[in-house]
Each structure stands twice: as C-alpha cells, then as structure tokens.
Design a protein around this ligand. Structure first.
Ligand code: PGA
Length: 251
C-alpha cells in the first residue's frame, strides 16, 4: 500500500488548516488502497485530529522533544502529541537537521522517545547538493539511517516509515529523477537488510520527498522501491494533495 503524507510545515492558519482537513476528509474516500497522513503545526493538531477522527487520514506532529517532560521551554513532548490525537511524528526532517542543527544523536534520542511513547515515526534522511556532487549520497543517507534507527528493535520497525528527501529537491521545484530516487531507495533498503531480518527490511516503507506534485507523483510512485511520498508545498491545497493521491498507481 502506498503511503502519501502531507507536511504542512509552518504554513496555514487555524481557519485554512481546518478547511483543508475538511476538504481532504470529504474527498479522500475513493482510494482505500492508500495510507494518508497529514502533519499540521503543533497548535492545530488537536482540532485537526478531532476533525479527522473516524476518517482514514492519520495525523502527526512535525517534531517532538527527546526528553519526557520538564523544564524545556518551547518544546513539545511525544506524550503531548499523543494526548492531542497525533499518531505519528516526523523526525530528522532536513529543515530540523540543517536550520536547527539537529544531530544524528539527538534525532536518535527523539526516535526512542517517540516509539517509547507509542507514536509511529517517519524518519527522514537526505543528502545536500554538495554531498551529492561529492558522490557522498550513499554514505550520508546510510549513516543517517543507521544512526536514527540505532536501538530500534525489529518488532518496532512496524511503527517506522522512512522518507528519502534529497535536500536539493525540497521546496526547489527540482524533484529527483525516478532513477535517482530508486537508486537511493534501493541503497536504503540494502542498509535495512543489513540491520534487520529480511522480512522486516522488505516491509519497511520508504517514501520519497522533495518537490512532489500531482504531475510527477505518478511516475515517482512507480519507481522501484518507492512506497509513497512525503509532500510539502503541494499538500497545502486540497486539490493538489488529492491530485497526488488520485494519481497514485493502484497496487
Ligand atoms: P516540498 O517539501 O514538497 O515542498 O519540496 C517536502 C518536504 O520537505 O517534506
């Protein structure tokens, strides 16, 4: 089953976020063969989760704190996310890694906290343009993956989805080619095979993210080892997000 997720980032306001959720809820019914999630800003999760309750659309946070609770001004805990109806959390997004300096070690601690709290995790990895040009793509995404999954038991891999998001493709309008995406996904799959029993590694979903829109999603979703997509800009309007869902190949 393909997994299509919308990362709203720091966009929308209360009214437009609720309108978007309502439109998705109303029009998403046709495709029972696709898993769908949205990642609203923290402050809207509670209401969005309520408005999507009973629908097939899952809700997640865009980040969480590695600590359980306490004096961490400005942070949001994994338990708080669950408390307001989030089932997922996005961790290791490149904007967190690069704009806010999140290290592999911090991301690993967040993964542990999120899983320990009962959340499902979408763990993002991706290389910068300089790293790709230096032919370090595999080294970079391989070590991000291994570090992020350190300590994650095979049984918990059911609650993990991975997203390959080349930094140079995020928000730029330049998506990876299907060949670039499937090459990276196959490499990540190989890393998983080295870490987990074959069946577990084979079942893990690896989403592609970076300038996905309705016009390129179908092709990307047909690429080898691409099990879904993580959508930023094109998830902010119901028509473009639904266009991606409607255009997804039937498996
Ligand atoms: P984009 O963002 O679709 O706007 O490129 C993707 C992401 O950052 O998850």
């Amino acid at each position: 089953m393909h997994f299509i997720a919308g990362n709203w980032k720091m966009n929308l306001d209360r009214k437009s976020a609720l309108a978007l959720a309502a439109a998705l809820r109303e029009r998403v019914g046709q495709r029972q063969d696709i898993e769908i999630a949205v990642f609203p800003p923290f402050v809207y999760i509670d209401e969005i989760a309520r408005s999507l309750a009973g629908s097939r659309i899952m809700v997640g946070g865009q980040n969480c704190c590695d600590e359980e609770r306490g004096a961490f001004t400005g942070e949001v805990s994994a338990a708080m996310l669950r408390d307001v109806g989030a089932g997922w959390v996005l961790l290791g997004h490149s904007e967190r890694r690069h704009l806010y300096g999140e290290s592999d070690a911090l991301i690993q601690a967040k993964v542990q906290r999120a899983l320990g709290t009962g959340l499902r995790v979408m763990l993002c990895v991706g290389e910068t343009l300089a790293e790709r040009e230096a032919r370090r793509t595999e080294a970079v995404i391989g070590s991000q993956l291994q570090a992020g999954l350190r300590g994650v038991a095979a049984a918990d891999m059911e609650r993990i989805a991975l997203a390959y998001e080349p930094v140079w493709a995020i928000g730029t309008g330049v998506n990876a080619t299907t060949a670039q995406a499937s090459q990276a996904h196959a490499y990540l799959r190989g890393v998983l095979v080295g870490m987990y029993p074959g069946a577990v590694a084979g079942r893990s979903r690896i989403l592609y993210g970076g300038s996905v829109k309705a016009s390129n999603a179908g092709e990307l979703l047909r690429a080898g080892d691409v099990n879904g997509c993580l959508v930023g800009g094109a998830s902010l309007e119901a028509s473009s997000f639904l266009g991606i869902i409607d255009g997804a190949p039937r498996l």
